[in-house]
Design a protein around this ligand. Structure first.
Ligand SMILES: Nc1ncnc2c1ncn2[C@@H]1O[C@H](COP(=O)(O)OP(=O)(O)OP(=O)(O)O)[C@@H](O)[C@H]1O
Ligand SMILES: [Mg+2]
Length: 263
């Protein structure tokens, strides 16, 4: 079989079953939640997921698959610039792995523009979402990575970006019990059309080692939030007060020796 035919067949099978590409990226079988997300036909999807479970990798696969379709666009909003760059690197890696003969028109640390007219952009949310304003997606997806850590003002100014056939996807670990992501997850009356997907590391045998390490290293509350998917109650401190107080101690006394500390 020629290389072109092999590439064609692989691309075709990955188009028909999007979980095959994810399996190739992670070199392991996709989890049930990843299958549900990648094959969903809902317009709005929210995924509540544990730390290190594969959120960004899965978003990278979704974005790369949109790029393969002509004139599709994906905008991914992340809380910070560093997270945007990291996520864009995953998209670019996955796009290159697909191996389609579609040339880049322009590639930066945050954007990829292709000859087929498709575009992927990772945008840091900032406080207002100004970096994403002015865009409109007719075919493709608007994705919020770590949505519980994105300010409500940003949702206010960016949710309208998804138009016509574009999907809106929020994926996140839990945050505080307020704000857009919390409401969308918990309020079935105001958000009746959201498909909700739960991705809990405690349910996955492949995560057992990561979970056990986290259980040893995190406070019980941190563990409940980051792995058990509990939203943080209002006024509940994320870090255990006892741990914080243990971090500040007068004994042994701070020995500055001859160093003049300017005090
Ligand atoms: N189904 C899977 N099987 C095995 N490994 C996987 C699977 N899905 C993702 N991974 C791996 O899990 C690791 C973490 O992935 P990723 O960074 O996407 O997780 P995350 O949930 O975004 O993490 P964080 O909470 O730090 O943002 C990566 O090494 C990725 O390849
Ligand atoms: Mg991530």
């Amino acid at each position: 079989m020629s290389r072109e035919v092999a590439l064609f067949l692989r691309t075709l099978s990955e188009r028909l079953d999007p979980t095959l590409l994810l399996a190739r990226v992670v070199e392991a079988p996709p989890d049930p939640w990843q299958r549900q997300l990648l094959t969903s036909t809902s317009e709005t999807i929210m995924v509540l997921a544990s730390r290190r479970i594969g959120k960004s990798t899965t978003v990278g696969v979704m974005a790369a698959q949109e790029l393969a379709k002509p004139r599709h666009e994906v905008i991914i909003i992340c809380p910070t610039l560093a997270q945007s760059q990291l996520l864009f690197a995953k998209i670019a890696y996955t796009w290159d792995l697909i191996g389609l003969p579609i040339a880049d028109k322009r590639r930066t640390l945050l954007e990829l523009h292709l000859e087929n007219g498709s575009i992927a952009r990772c945008v840091p949310a900032g406080q207002e979402g100004t970096g994403a304003r002015g865009h409109g997606i007719k075919r493709g997806a608007l994705i919020y990575d770590e949505a519980a850590f994105i300010p409500d003002k940003v949702f206010g100014s960016t949710l309208a970006i998804a138009e016509d056939d574009a999907k809106t996807i929020l994926i996140t670990t839990p945050g505080g019990k307020s704000g857009r992501a919390f409401e969308m997850w918990t309020d079935y009356e105001d958000f009746p059309d959201v498909e909700r997907i739960r991705a809990c590391s405690l349910d996955l045998p492949r995560m057992a080692k990561t979970v056990e390490r986290a259980r040893r290293n995190m406070s019980p509350l941190e563990f409940k939030v980051e792995h058990g998917l509990a939203w943080m109650g209002r006024g509940t401190p994320f870090f255990d007060p006892e741990t914080i107080s243990k971090a500040y101690t007068d004994t042994p006394p701070l020995a500055l020796g001859d160093i003049y500390a300017g005090l």
